[in-house]
Design a protein around this ligand. Structure first.
Ligand code: ATP
Ligand code: MG
Length: 305
């Protein structure tokens, strides 16, 4: 339609709402409006999540960073603890983590107060990060001979949270892809475990080992720990396999699995190279909306009783 048409032409002649693209745009608009119209509740007490799965590349870091950003955008005060020597969460949140940066390594190994290493992320006003540097790679070994080796992160986090003038609503701890002492420190410091599961073949492999380990921690080191949340990631609706994985995981964990599933999305994978979450990199992309929806579900569900 052109100006010359005088706007009288039937709009369906140029905008066919039945095309896949038009339907997708309408769906995105509907989701944006639904998110914008809801004010998320803030928890009374800090909810500490460990984001864990010993399988590599399933979306732990992506989930940590984007949920944290989504909740910060919704008005929560959020801390991310990067507990992976790869330092991917620190990169994605745009915080300094060169080898000379004081980091989570100094907190765990050298008793540095957490307040001395926390950095503000440029992403959102109330988003903070405890960075990881490459030094953390040696921490698994160094921890072995330290006193209270499983409790070091918890002790540091508890004193940081109790001394913080403004309370934090959420803490997310991004774990490395292993079940070593760093991940055990994360399980001991948290009340909730969030397991990202990639919608791929082998997705459930290793899950029973992870759950057994969490049960052992619960029994011996941290009775308040529970697997509160499972998030399906990198979903590709075109494959039957992805749909099968979603169904299997929902059948096994009906309570824990979020309704929201994170799609495979180029925007999600591009964002870290700009030192950004997808929430600020491309707020209206389907990937960003999915993380905002997952964050809203987590907020609405609240902490397990
Ligand atoms: N929804 C998605 N769509 C497309 N790419 C994704 C998505 N989620 C994650 N990725 C990409 O997949 C790769 C692995 O993701 P991520 O680093 O979050 O996994 P991880 O579990 O933290 O990995 P590691 O075990 O190495 O710590 C990254 O390159 C990331 O950008
Ligand atoms: Mg990671």
């Amino acid at each position: 339609m052109t100006q010359a048409d005088g706007g009288n032409a039937d709009s369906t002649t140029t905008f066919d709402a039945s095309t896949p693209l038009a339907r997708e745009l309408a769906e995105i608009t509907r989701r944006r409006q639904a998110l914008a119209s809801e004010k998320l509740p803030l928890p009374d007490r800090t909810r500490v999540f460990t984001v864990a799965n010993q399988k590599g590349g399933v979306g732990k870091t992506t989930t940590t960073v984007n949920l944290a950003a989504a909740l910060a955008r919704a008005g929560a005060r959020v801390l991310v603890i990067d507990l992976d020597p790869q330092g991917n969460a620190s990169t994605a949140l745009g915080v300094e983590h060169r080898s000379e940066t004081v980091s989570v390594y100094d907190v765990i190994i050298n008793d540095e107060p957490m307040a001395a290493v926390v950095q503000k992320s440029p992403e959102f006003d109330d988003l903070y990060c405890v960075p990881a540097t490459i030094h953390l790679a040696g921490a698994e070994i160094e921890l072995v001979s330290l006193v209270a080796r499983e409790q070091r992160l918890r002790t540091a986090l508890e004193s940081f949270l109790s001394e913080s003038p403004d309370p934090f609503h959420y803490v997310f701890i991004d774990c490395p892809p292993s079940l070593g002492l760093l991940t055990i420190n994360a399980f001991v410091a948290a009340q909730e475990v969030l397991i990202p599961i990639q919608c791929e073949y082998y997705a459930l492999e290793g899950l029973s080992q992870l759950l057994n380990n969490i049960q052992l921690i619960e029994r011996h080191l941290n009775p308040r720990l529970s697997v509160s949340t499972i998030l399906l990631t990198m979903y590709d609706s075109r494959t039957n396999l992805a749909n099968q994985v979603v169904q299997d995981v929902r059948d096994h964990f009906p309570e824990q699995v979020l309704d929201t599933v994170i799609p495979r999305s180029v925007r999600i994978s591009e964002a870290p190279s700009y030192g950004q979450s997808v929430i600020s990199y491309d707020a209206n992309s389907p990937g960003s909306l999915s993380y905002l929806e997952a964050a809203a579900e987590i907020a609405r569900r609240g902490a397990p009783q």
